[in-house]
Design a protein. Structure first.
Lengths: 381, 233
């Protein structure tokens, strides 16, 4: 199993087994001490069970869990730190707000006594969190009166204010409609940049993880299938079926160069200086964005195409060709997958085997990548 | 209350004192046992559950007799209480409170247990991840959410202790000014020729007090429930 390179000493490391009926969880993983890690897998792959073990709500049959230098669980030495002593902020799928406390009471429930009394610093952190999550207007409401998205935000704020060493989010977007989902994703993204504790984000939706995750742990039937930096894993042909299949995508990091208001287009620059034009994005020049480029929306040409509606033609180098793509995710063996490089940036494309043969593509060739669409522009900084 | 006779006032005062004390000494153990039955699995749980329900199905006179055997002056527990604390329970109003409390205990435990079982353990888990230890979870989440049931159970137990007759009569006897509660006073009047009118008055008084207790319980429980599940819609 590949170990992430940046799993620093301060991060979470675990190696546990737990049997639940017919299902066996046997996970061995190490997370970086900062950034957003997505714990990703189909339903029933053991994501939530793993989260419960980390939070201390269940005990593993064997193994250990460490956070930085501290041992949270070690079955061999009989160590089990109770959940209330772990200082991990947990946001559950159903917000689990306390129905008899107002929003303010829910938010302050987990605040350490010292910070509740101390005033000064803690009060500003309360105000900060409330502002960051946009829940200032809800403080005097009872949880029964909140909408789904509002309740999730309050639950996140409540967990944050308990001054946790790590934030665990269990499918915080499930059951929300698309606009609420994007709104909450934006809040979580903003949060991830503001706080310096690691976030573990449980999800089964590929578009969620490409939106905010830096790091990925892929669970399959109770086992860790792969773990590492998101961009690296998104390039692995053998993981395509897990990471979106037909809808799989690669990520491009770009900087906003300017806007063309007449055509409502924005010009984005890649690291190697090439430019992309996309429908107007709501970000000032200079802002860094992460783009999601669906694999099926990238076509290849051997020479720059003229008189075409494809606005985005990027010079790239063929890095690898995977003729067995059909077996993995795309569903039929008429297709192949190609991984490209634009300077340092990786990009994947899917084309038919017939095109591959007609173009006589080989690894190392220079080609033009035609990008039909980009989606999900997410602010990085 | 000028409309009431001296006998009636005394019976009501003793009844309230006895029933109040009965609820007072059973409340905490009742909540603890209800919590144990609602939230823990252990060997002999069914046995304990059955044992707790015995006062509901046994003839009250049996309970009174058992109390006399164990807590009487010659009883093993009674001797011990007398020696260590100089406490003697039989034929005292405190003894009546013990008898009433035991007879009311199953009703209290049942009501509290049902409402504890209705409290979502997921909320308790959420509280523990926020740093609350077991006692804080109990005090801030479990009990407040189970409050409607605790109120119902308390008032039900109060009403049951108020109406206690058989066990009280057997263990604490029918002593005017000490253990003569409303039901016992009523019984005495029925036994006395020519007191039919007085008996009828006590009967009406009993009904009025019981109704008041039940209405108060319903009102308080509804208020507590509304506080928990308030919605704008």
């Amino acid at each position: 199993m590949s170990r992430p390179h940046d799993a620093a000493a301060g991060g979470l490391a675990l190696d546990v087994t737990q049997r639940l009926g017919d299902f066996e969880l046997a996970a061995d993983l190490a997370l970086p001490a900062s950034g957003v890690t997505a714990l990703f897998g189909a339903s029933g792959s053991g994501k939530t069970s793993l989260l419960r073990l980390i939070a201390g709500l269940d005990r593993p049959d064997s193994g250990g869990i460490r956070l930085g230098d501290e041992t949270l669980v070690d079955t061999r030495r009989g160590v089990f730190i109770a959940p209330h002593r772990r200082r991990l902020g947990v946001v559950f799928q159903e917000a689990r707000l306390f129905p008899h406390y107002r929003v303010r009471g829910n938010l302050t429930y987990g605040m350490p006594h010292a910070s509740r009394k101390r005033g000064g610093a803690a009060v500003s952190s309360f105000d900060d969190v409330v502002a960051l999550l946009g829940i200032g207007a809800l403080l005097d409401r009872l949880p029964g009166t909140l909408s789904g998205g509002e309740a999730r935000r309050v639950a996140i704020g409540r967990a944050l204010l308990s001054e946790p060493r790590m934030l665990l989010l269990d499918e915080p977007l499930s059951g929300l409609d698309a606009p609420r989902k994007h709104e909450l994703l934006r809040y979580i993204g903003a949060l991830a940049k503001r706080i310096d504790i690691p976030i573990l984000f449980v999800s089964h939706a590929p578009e969620e993880l490409t939106a905010i995750a830096d790091h990925l742990v892929l669970l399959e039937r109770g086992r860790v299938r792969a773990q590492g930096p998101l961009e690296e894993l998104l390039l692995r042909f053998d993981l395509t079926e897990h990471l979106g299949g037909f809808d799989a995508a690669s990520l491009l990091e770009v900087r906003v160069a300017g806007h063309d208001e007449a055509y409502a287009l924005s010009t984005l620059h890649l690291a190697d200086g090439q430019a992309l034009a996309v429908p107007r994005v709501d970000a000032p020049p200079g802002a860094r964005l992460r783009l999601r480029v669906p694999i099926r929306d990238v076509a290849l040409a051997l020479a720059p195409a003229e008189r075409t509606s494809f606005r985005n033609q990027l010079a790239a180098t063929v890095e690898r060709i995977d003729a067995s793509a059909g077996k993995h995710g795309a569903g039929h063996d008429s297709v192949v997958e190609v991984s490209l490089r634009l300077g340092e940036q990786p990009l994947r494309a899917r084309l038919t085997r017939k095109s591959l043969d007609e173009l006589e593509l080989e690894e190392g060739m220079s080609v033009i990548a035609l990008v039909r669409s980009v989606a999900f522009a997410e602010r990085l900084a | 209350m000028p409309m009431l006779s001296e006998v009636e006032r005394e019976a009501i005062a003793i009844s309230l004192k006895v029933a109040g004390s009965a609820v007072g000494w059973t409340l905490l153990p009742g909540i603890a046992l209800a919590w144990l039955l609602a939230r823990r699995d252990f060997r002999g749980k069914a046995l304990l559950d059955g044992f707790l329900h015995l006062p509901l199905v046994l003839p009250p006179v049996v309970v009174g007799y058992l109390l006399l055997i164990s807590l009487g002056r010659q009883g093993w527990l009674g001797q011990w209480l007398d020696r260590l604390f100089g406490i003697s329970l039989p034929f005292t109003w405190q003894g009546a409170a013990v008898a009433g409390g035991i007879m009311a205990f199953p009703l209290l435990v049942r009501a509290v247990r049902l409402s504890l079982e209705a409290v979502d353990p997921k909320l308790e888990a959420a509280a523990s991840t926020l740093g609350a230890n077991r006692w804080r979870v109990l005090a801030t989440i479990t009990l407040p959410l189970a409050l409607p049931g605790v109120i119902t159970g308390t008032l039900l137990a109060f009403a049951r202790a108020l109406s206690e007759f058989g066990a009280t009569m057997t263990f604490a006897a029918n002593i005017p000014g000490e253990t003569r509660t409303l039901p016992l006073a009523l019984y005495s009047l029925i036994q006395t020729p020519g007191q039919e009118a007085a008996a009828a008055r006590l009967c009406v008084l009993s009904i009025a007090i019981a109704m008041l207790a039940l209405l108060a319980s319903e009102w308080l429980a509804r208020r507590a429930r509304r506080r928990i599940s308030e919605r704008d819609r």
